[in-house]
Design a binder for this molecule. Structure first.
Ligand SMILES: *Cc1c(COP(=O)(O)O)cnc(C)c1O
Length: 372
């Protein structure tokens, strides 16, 4: 699905130099390299504070901890996403409230969010799924009207822009109270191990988070709040600092690959190609996800595997139907779109090193199966 080796070939001298700097500095946790990456990312995102941490799941958990939510508080998120989002809600003994998504953007439906709000609702976590910004303008409006926190899961959408109807543009992840992202190796900005970060423009939240990631310490061995151990190590920061320079280029390459796929596949009666809803830079194609309609999605997965084409089904089970998160009071019929999408979606190989011939070959095989 990704070609990290091809990407490495291109940047290996720069990575080697950056690794060497870390070795010379011998600061492996935090230290100058992590600080330098943090500054670069703050500048890139045009956000006041970036707080690096150990992974994207921790980032989401830390966001909810910093907002001071109490057990029983309700947090609204999408039914159609990776489990990490709902996992941290449950871990903190908050109540996940799942809502359905839009069949075109795959993102949380603002109208469904509004309907799910109760007197116990404290926060909304939209996920910018597959790299496309969620409907932030409407979500910000809902959050403001109901005095709710907005935490953006930006694990799949780093670098995506969001354009408001006023014309104002900002990076996904910097619009709500806190943004969380992941630097898992296959993400658009991927480390060579685990990594994550939080974004906020709020000085108080930033300060709270900086202590929370490091055992609640603001002064060494003085623990003011309950924290966790979630730090970005310097070797990962070194890789990320090199790769951040190329993030826009990587995302541009992904977009070109997506356009090419779409040109080859759109119009087929059994295929719905992904749509970019907002401005063309609102989608960074972490995944290129088709819907296979009135045909056998499982058969296509098998056929592609036989032809050595990797593909993925993100996600095969709605969160409301996952064993860990089943709530007997929640009716599956509340999620008609997610229930449909889990049967139809298939993600094709998508990365910044995809060659034209590879895309042509993959599209040819998809069509060959559907037309057989
Ligand atoms: C990858 C991902 C996460 C978790 O990130 P990790 O760094 O693997 O913990 C959370 N949410 C979404 C939507 C993701 O894609």
């Amino acid at each position: 699905m990704v070609d990290l080796k091809g990407q490495y070939e291109f940047i290996k001298d720069e990575v080697a130099t950056a690794f060497d700097q870390v070795m010379v500095q011998t600061a492996f946790i935090n230290g100058p390299m992590v600080a330098a990456f943090q500054k670069d990312l703050e500048r890139y995102l045009a956000v006041k504070h970036v707080i690096p941490c150990a992974n994207g799941t921790d980032a989401l958990q830390l966001a909810l901890m910093a907002l001071g939510l109490q057990p029983g508080d309700e947090v609204i998120t999408a039914d159609f996403t990776f489990a990490a989002t709902v996992e941290v809600i449950a871990l903190l003994q908050l109540k996940p409230v799942l809502v359905d998504v839009d069949p075109v953007s795959f993102n949380i439906l603002p109208a469904a969010v509004e309907q799910a709000i109760t007197s116990k609702t404290k926060a909304i976590i939209p996920v910018h799924l597959f790299g496309q910004s969620a409907e932030m303008e409407q979500l910000l409006d809902i959050a403001a009207r109901h005095q709710l926190f907005l935490v953006e899961d930006t694990a799949q959408a780093i670098g995506a822009n969001y354009t408001f109807s006023s014309g104002k543009v900002a990076k996904a992840g910097t619009l709500g109270h806190i943004g969380a992202t992941s630097f898992f190796p296959s993400k658009n900005l991927g480390a060579y191990g685990d990594g994550g970060a939080l974004f906020t423009n709020d000085d108080t939240l930033a300060h709270r988070l900086r202590g929370m990631v490091n055992h609640g310490m603001y002064e060494r061995y003085y623990h003011d709040v309950v924290g966790v151990n979630s730090r970005l190590d310097a070797l990962q920061a070194a890789v990320l600092k090199v790769k951040l320079q190329y993030l826009d280029f990587y995302n541009e390459r992904r977009k070109e690959a997506a356009l090419r796929y779409t040109r080859l596949l759109q119009g087929h009666p059994n295929i719905i190609t992904p749509k970019v809803i907002g401005a063309c830079d609102s989608h960074v194609f972490h995944q290129y996800t088709l819907r296979i309609v009135n045909h056998d999605r499982e058969g296509l997965v098998e056929y592609l595997n036989v032809h050595d084409i990797p593909c993925g089904v993100y996600y095969p089970v709605p969160l409301h139907a996952q064993k860990a998160y089943i709530d007997p009071e929640v009716d599956s019929e509340q999620f008609p779109i997610t229930n449909q999408l889990v049967k139809e979606v298939i993600s094709l190989p998508m990365h910044s090193e995809l060659e034209l011939e590879q895309i042509n070959y993959i599209a040819e095989k998809v069509l060959a199966y559907l037309n057989a």
